[in-house]
Each structure stands twice: as C-alpha cells, then as structure tokens.
Design a protein around this ligand. Structure first.
Ligand SMILES: C[S@@+](CC[C@H](N)C(=O)[O-])C[C@H]1O[C@@H](n2cnc3c(N)ncnc32)[C@H](O)[C@@H]1O
Length: 271
C-alpha cells in the first residue's frame, strides 16, 4: 500500500525529487549499517563460459551489485587513467569498486543525499576517490572535466532526465562517454533515446540486461532477505523488500513479466 502510493506520487516530477531525497536521507541517516554500501539490483552474466569476476574475500558478499558496476564500467570502455564521475553514487560501494579494481586517475561520486555522501566519505573516501553532495540536474563541476560518467539505477528518481543529460554533456570532455543503466517502462525507453540524442550525445549501444538482473536478484535473494530481517523494523519490511527487489516483490515481478525493462545505454559526446 505505502509503496504503491509512493510510486503513484512519483509520477509528479517535483514530488518525485522530494520523495526520493527524503527516502535516501532517511535510509542513510537511520541505517548507517557498516557493510551496506550498495543499493542496486545486481547483475549476473548468463553465458556459462563467461570468466568469473575475481574479487577479494571482503567484496564477495557484494558480488552481484559489483558485477553490475563492472558491466556498466566495461561498457564505457577503458577506465584506467581516466577522470570518472559517478552520479547517484549512494552509499559509495560502486565508486569504491571502480577505484580499487579499475584504476581511474580519479573518481568522484556525487549524490543529493548528504547523509549518504557523508557515510561514503567516512568509510571509503580518500586518495583518488571522493564523494560530494550534488544534484544530477545541477552538477557542481566545471565544464569538460571528466572522461567518463557512470550512472547506476538512479535516473528514475530525477524530475527531468533531459536536464541530467544536458549536465552530462556539459561536464564530459569531447569524446567522453556516459554509461547509464536503469529500469524503464516501455514508453520511457523511447523517450530516453530521444532525450539522449537531443542533448547532443550519440547513442552507441542499448542493451536489455533485464534477464541478467533477474538472475542476480535470484542468486542474491537469501542475502537480501537476511539483511532485511536483521536491520529493518518489521513494520518497514514489506516496503524495504519491494525496494530491494526480492523475489515476489512488485519490482521483481514487473521485470519478470516485461512491464519494466532494465536497460544499459552507452552514449558518447562527439570529439
Ligand atoms: C537506487 S540508489 C543507487 C545508488 C548506487 N548507484 C548503487 O548502485 O548502489 C539511487 C541513488 O540515486 C541518488 N539520487 C536520486 N536522485 C538524485 C539526484 N537528483 N541527484 C543526485 N543523486 C540522486 C539517491 O540519493 C540514491 O543514492
């Protein structure tokens, strides 16, 4: 009931931003859980011969969320030595993975939740990695200051994707790349293609990874359920399960029946 009302109110663009900001501020402020650094649905390669991503033991519990970041970053191309921005970096796990394993020159995570940014800086920031408070519609960075922009499961919260794409175009250097993955309704997919092209970015690929995401959610289900059981108050558990996309939740069922598609776009700023 609460999650259905939330989804309904999110259809109003200005309300969407207020609601999502309150939600992520609440989560980071109320649940500063030490090992909770990812908030995405995860990804599993479907090819049984695909090489297994090598991770340290400490990162193993976040395998599926990390695999999503790995795929998004690999889609962008080379990360090593590049200046990378992640918009919607949340609790920081993704930017930390990219920094530690893929060796950019520097990576900045921007998020409009100050509590999430503070958590991420305290636990994970330092060296080539920092997190700053910033809104996707008004990014606090100089023009042409990044080679790559990553965006993972965040743009559905924005009141305007065109405003975000205009900001990405502004902060990317010529030849720079945006790699964005998110959940979309059918009509939003077509709109998003058009909005990307209208921003001046050129779409190089669009990949439907819904099946990979469902497989990731299945494999990660027991861990997600256990985390919810140990940290979420009983009254909030149904909402949190829906948010976490556990099997049987509205989000899981909508991806499984094709109402929602999980799609990864790569778009380039012409050189
Ligand atoms: C589902 S979480 C994903 C977080 C992270 N990318 C991950 O995969 O763990 C969505 C994130 O987008 C951020 N976000 C939503 N709207 C935003 C906006 N307008 N500007 C910046 N960040 C935003 C939220 O605060 C939240 O941290």
């Amino acid at each position: 009931m609460i999650s259905k009302l939330f989804v309904k109110l999110c259809e109003i663009p200005w309300a969407r931003k207020i609601l999502w900001k309150s939600w992520y501020q609440f989560l980071a402020g109320k649940f500063p859980v030490e090992n909770w650094t990812f908030m995405n649905y995860g990804y599993q390669p479907l090819d049984p011969n695909a090489p297994k991503l090598e991770l340290s033991e400490a990162d193993e519990s976040d395998r599926y969320c990390i695999q999503l970041y790995h795929h998004v970053a690999m889609t962008a191309g080379t990360i090593e030595g590049k200046d990378v921005l992640e918009v919607g970096s949340g609790r920081g796990g993704g930017a930390s993975y990219v920094c530690r394993y893929l060796k950019p020159n520097r990576i900045v995570g921007a998020d409009f939740s100050k509590h999430a940014v503070d958590l991420a800086n305290k636990r994970l920031g330092g060296g080539a990695l920092s997190y700053v408070e910033g809104d996707a519609g008004n990014l606090p960075f100089e023009d042409a200051s990044f080679d790559v922009v990553l965006n993972v499961e965040s743009s559905h919260c924005y009141p305007s994707r065109p405003l975000f794409f205009a900001q990405v175009f502004r902060v990317l250097r010529p030849g720079g790349v945006l790699s964005i993955v998110d959940i979309f309704l059918d009509h939003e997919l077509e709109e998003t293609r058009k909005q990307l092209e209208e921003s001046g970015l050129k779409i190089e690929s669009a990949e439907d990874v819904s099946k990979n995401v469902l497989e990731g959610l299945k494999r990660d289900g027991a861990r997600r359920e256990a985390e919810i059981a140990s940290h979420a108050p009983k009254s909030l558990a149904p909402v949190v399960k829906s948010f976490a996309g556990t099997e049987g939740s509205d989000v899981y069922n909508s991806i499984a029946n094709g109402r929602l598609k999980y799609v990864l776009f790569k778009a380039v700023k012409p050189a």
